[in-house]
Ligand binder design. Structure first.
Ligand SMILES: C[S@@+](CC[C@H](N)C(=O)[O-])C[C@H]1O[C@@H](n2cnc3c(N)ncnc32)[C@H](O)[C@@H]1O
Length: 257
């Protein structure tokens, strides 16, 4: 690690509590270098001095380091597996589920969860915790307005039932919005709530080092109830699930033993 980046990582941790050393270095460095060059800085040192005194620049830095792309029903086939093969068992004899969408970005993922769970429970009985490191995405998620592109995988009947067109945007229906509680949470620094039946954490672990991933698999496992399910992204299979007390429930789904 170059001395300049090394020092930057320490400084950012001190300033924001975010530990960049848990993120894959080459990727992160490339993204941040292109940002500081665009802003006219020569190195991480001078860039950090600016971050310290300029909240707008700090917001831009955060925006660049967290990749926020998301969409409803992202990788639709996987959500179908959740609905058809995982949830029938998980909901059996249960009045409600404790559900967490971790690293939820702008809300498409927890709202998708609510839409799918609505086939199993009345909306008034559904409670989903949705968290992200980035306050800006949480604010957008709470507003619940989306461009058409974010809805391209949404089944027509769901689109009809749970969205209303507002000018150029689609608005998520109030009843769906009420099922989700958004909170700021850093997976790499904050404690995890316990006793979840279902945790969805997709398309964020890919940005982390192996060490950070292993740590997080254990923490997710610890915060699930026995029999609870962990749902990961489509490039994020766990190679040794048994190391963390998981068994395979389906591809990309792990059950806590
Ligand atoms: C690519 S998005 C994934 C969104 C959604 N889960 C999906 O699959 O569509 C990655 C999200 O991870 C969040 N993130 C990055 N580092 C994080 C951390 N340490 N703790 C919590 N969230 C984090 C980013 O802010 C971003 O919103």
């Amino acid at each position: 690690m170059s001395q300049d980046y090394n020092q930057f990582v320490l400084n950012v941790k001190r300033l924001t509590g975010i530990d960049l050393s848990f993120y894959k270095e080459a990727q992160m460095k490339r993204r941040l270098t292109s940002l500081y060059e665009k802003k006219g800085f020569d190195d991480f040192h001078s860039f950090f001095k600016q971050l310290e005194k300029n909240p707008e620049m700090l917001a831009e830095f955060l925006d660049r380091m967290t990749i926020n792309v998301s969409e409803f029903y992202r990788n639709a086939k996987r959500w179908e597996v959740l609905e058809k093969r995982i949830l029938p068992d998980l909901t059996h004899n249960k009045k409600r589920l404790k559900v967490w969408s971790a690293a939820c970005s702008t809300g498409e993922e927890p709202y998708t969860l609510a839409m799918i769970l609505s086939s199993f429970y009345p909306l008034s009985q559904i409670e989903i915790l949705a968290t992200d490191l980035d306050e800006n995405v949480i604010e957008k998620a709470k507003i619940g307005l989306y461009v058409e592109r974010a809805l391209q995988e949404v089944p027509a009947s769901i689109k009809e039932k749970y969205f209303t067109k507002q000018g150029m945007f689609y608005k998520v229906n109030d009843q769906i919005q009420k099922t989700v509680t958004f909170k700021k949470h850093n997976l790499l620094a904050n404690p995890f709530e316990q006793n979840f039946d279902l945790i969805v954490c997709r398309n964020v672990l890919i940005y982390f080092t192996e060490e950070a991933k292993n740590l997080l698999y254990q923490k997710f496992s610890d915060s699930l109830q026995p029999g609870g399910v962990f749902f990961v992204g489509s490039t994020e299979q766990i190679f040794n699930p048994q190391l963390y007390g998981f068994e395979n429930a389906d591809t990309f789904f792990y059950r806590k033993k």
